[in-house]
Design a protein around this ligand. Structure first.
Ligand code: DGL
Length: 271
């Protein structure tokens, strides 16, 4: 018998949808519950201790309520902070994490100059520093923390375009020239940013490879579920829960485009 429990995909907002579309390509019939802790958005600006506690409390409640067969934390800011504690608190549960793609960037760069574009929280994390020490010590890695890009991505997707100048101000520090070499890879280390990647390509001072980890995360989700009995096609639609309980028409439309139906605000609200 198929295991009909859902896959839970989590982010602080719409960023995790960049991962959801890749998960759907590899696991097309699995029921999905998309959870956005938008009441806390942007979590990149939070202090570590209260954010970690909030995430542990929220996941405790979500896992109990929805009993997912795996959970994809489609958020660098959350996973680099609380991933290990979540695995320790829920041993045996299949958590799939999202971390800055520093290792693949270090393997691919020709110039040795790599930039990591992320939230201020991810830039500060010990986890991120450890990734650089372990996998990219031979490279020059520049960490660029953006206070605004996650919000800009939310606005763009809801139909409020952001100007080139505003975007350029956030990405400019990624572009470095040193000893005749220049940055050739920018790691998109916040799941919101791939939604802006085409804009970035147009305004970048020179062409670079913009590394989006979404496909690799989806492959990892498929590996975690390799032993499970997967579902057959069904007509039921997947649901999205936004913790603020605020449901605008714009959000409903956006989610419908991703095959998600916004669950009623009182279904699961953590204001
Ligand atoms: N999408 C999130 C990430 O991957 C962060 C956005 C936020 O600051 O809330 O880090």
């Amino acid at each position: 018998m198929a295991d009909t429990r859902p896959i839970l995909i989590f982010d602080s907002g719409i960023g995790g949808l960049t991962v959801l579309r890749e998960v759907r390509l590899l696991l097309p019939y699995e029921p999905i519950i998309y959870v956005a802790d938008d009441a806390a958005f942007p979590i990149g600006a939070w202090e570590e201790a209260p954010l970690k506690q909030r995430l542990l409390d929220l996941f405790g409640a979500l896992l109990e309520r929805y009993d997912p067969k795996a959970t994809v934390i489609a958020c660098n800011t959350a996973f680099t902070l609380a991933g290990q504690a979540l695995r320790e608190t829920h041993p045996g549960h299949g958590f799939v994490g999202t971390v800055p793609a520093i290792k693949p960037a270090a393997e691919r760069t020709a110039s040795g100059l790599v930039s990591v574009l992320a939230t201020p929280g991810t830039v500060r994390r010990a986890y991120t520093r450890d990734l650089i020490d372990s996998f990219a010590s031979q490279c020059h890695v520049r960490l660029v923390g953006s206070n605004h890009l996650a919000r800009y991505a939310e606005q763009e997707l809801r139909g409020e375009p952001i100007s080139d100048a505003a975007l350029l101000a956030e990405i400019n520090a990624c572009f470095l020239k040193q000893d005749g070499r220049r940055t050739d890879i920018v790691v998109l280390a916040c799941t919101h940013y791939p939604f802006l990647a085409n804009r970035f390509r147009k305004i970048a001072p020179w062409p670079v490879d913009w590394l989006d980890p979404a496909e690799a995360i989806a492959r990892q989700a498929a590996r975690v579920l390799a032993g499970a009995t997967l579902c057959a096609p069904s007509t039921g639609s997947d649901i999205a829960i936004f913790t603020s309980g605020v449901a605008t028409d714009g959000l409903r439309r956006l989610l419908a485009g991703f095959g998600l139906e916004l669950a009623r605000g009182d279904d699961f609200a953590v204001r």
